[in-house]
Design a protein. Structure first.
Length: 438
């Protein structure tokens, strides 16, 4: 889904860039028409009607292309054809426009020396605005082909062609200057250097655009990951935790990691809710769960889901933390204080081990979940706490990281439903709390 959204956004950016490039092209054509109609007149030259007509045609084609972008008439090849037309048009100028109107007998090959290949560089550069590296590379290839085609047409009618190969190895300065300033000097090597540099520049620009596209796609995917993380956990954790989840690459991807699962449930909540107005029950429950979520977040845990009158939380998944057992024990103590403040009695089950996690659901609606033996064990310990009259029960993995201040008391091996072998269990000794919930 992220890749598809990134491609869609990139397509929008390409269209916007193509429109901008066409606007720049139209501005350049307008400048050319101004020069041919006004600028040359100021210099005493007669306006070139053929050039003006050609520019007017180019402007009309550009405007038509601009209009169809984003409509059902748009075609993928449109931008390639438009750039090829522009480049061949510029190259055609070197073939048909005289070097000097006052001296039309001058060899047309002098246009390649008087003006040069640099007139093609802006066209290749404008292709970068489209964010299409293929178009940039295509522009470079077409520019090289058009330049050599124009050069070939010009020198085809020359009876005499001179190039650097006509210089002797021990040529004098006067011989060098005589060759270079000769009207029949075509300079094959110079044309080759021009086009090689033009192609190198086009490929470098294409590579730069390709990298820009990669950065764009990566940013879109990161933005979507951030949105997914905030959507998934924004209701359960503070904004700072949601931001950490969003910025942690691969945090929500399917994985198995060592961690601690915490399951909390309110004792006798049904009895507590009976006879009370629903508004009061929901308000009190909401306040308690909000406090509980904050307490868990302070210990770097993540609330995975609320389970009616309880919750499921995880430590060290999806966020990596140090000493998840220690964090879970501290969070359990904080949760007991939250329950005390809200007038509830709670049961907490803590289990350490491998935890599988990942997103589940469709593209439109997803949730993050944890599962596995460790999660089941935490849930069973919470249920067992009711049978043994305990508030917090922990397994051996959590108890192994306890401190004396945690006041964990071994209860020996207990038979737990769903597990074949008895499990060693520890109970947290706490001061009796008010029993407002039953």
């Amino acid at each position: 889904m992220a890749g598809r959204v990134a491609r869609e956004r990139l397509l929008v950016a390409e269209r916007q860039g193509l429109k901008l490039a066409i606007l720049c092209r139209t501005a350049a054509v307008a400048v050319g028409m101004f020069w041919l109609t006004v600028g040359l007149n100021l210099s005493g030259f007669t306006p070139n009607l053929m050039g003006i007509s050609a520019l007017a045609l180019f402007a009309a084609i550009g405007i038509a292309s601009y209009v169809v972008i984003g409509t059902r008439y748009e075609r993928w090849w449109l931008k390639y054809a438009l750039y090829a037309l522009d480049i061949f048009g510029v190259c055609g100028v070197f073939v048909v426009i005289p070097v000097s109107q006052s001296a039309p007998e001058l060899p047309q090959v002098l246009a390649f020396r008087a003006f040069g290949v640099h007139f093609l560089f802006p066209l290749v550069a404008m292709a970068c605005l489209t964010l299409s590296w293929r178009l940039v590379a295509w522009s470079g290839l077409v520019a090289v082909a058009g330049w050599w085609a124009a050069f070939g047409l010009v020198i085809a009618g020359m009876d005499l062609r001179l190039s650097w190969g006509d210089l002797s190895p021990d040529a004098t300065a006067s011989e060098y200057l005589s060759l270079f300033f000769s009207p029949y000097f075509v300079g094959y090597g110079t044309r080759l250097q021009e086009t090689v540099l033009l192609m190198i520049a086009a490929l470098v620009l294409a590579l730069a655009v390709y990298r820009a596209r990669c950065v764009f796609v990566a940013q879109v995917e990161a933005e979507l990951a951030r949105e997914r993380a905030v959507r998934t956990f924004g209701r359960f954790v503070p904004e700072t935790i949601a931001e950490r989840l969003a910025s942690s690459r691969g945090a929500l991807a399917p994985q198995v990691r060592h961690g601690v699962a915490l399951v909390l449930d309110i004792e006798n909540f049904t009895a507590y809710a009976d006879g009370r107005p629903p508004e009061e029950v929901i308000e009190t429950l909401g306040a308690f769960l909000a406090r509980s979520a904050e307490a868990i977040s302070r210990r770097e845990g993540v609330v995975i889901s609320f389970t009616g009158d309880g919750l499921l939380a995880a430590f060290n998944t999806p966020l990596k933390i140090r000493e998840p057992e220690r964090a879970a024990l501290d969070a359990a103590s904080d949760l007991l204080k939250c329950a005390d403040a809200c007038g509830f009695r709670v049961r907490v089950g803590l289990a350490a081990g491998k935890i599988a996690s990942g997103r589940v659901g469709s593209d439109q609606r997803q949730a993050f979940t944890i599962y596995g033996d460790t999660v089941n064990r935490a849930a069973r310990l919470e249920v067992l706490a009711k049978d043994v009259g305990a508030t917090v029960l922990a397994d051996a993995g959590v108890a192994g990281k306890a401190k004396p201040d945690d006041l964990l008391k071994p209860l020996g091996e207990q038979k737990i439903r769903g597990f074949e072998a008895p499990l060693a269990v520890w109970s947290k000794q706490v001061t009796a709390l008010p029993g407002a919930a039953g």
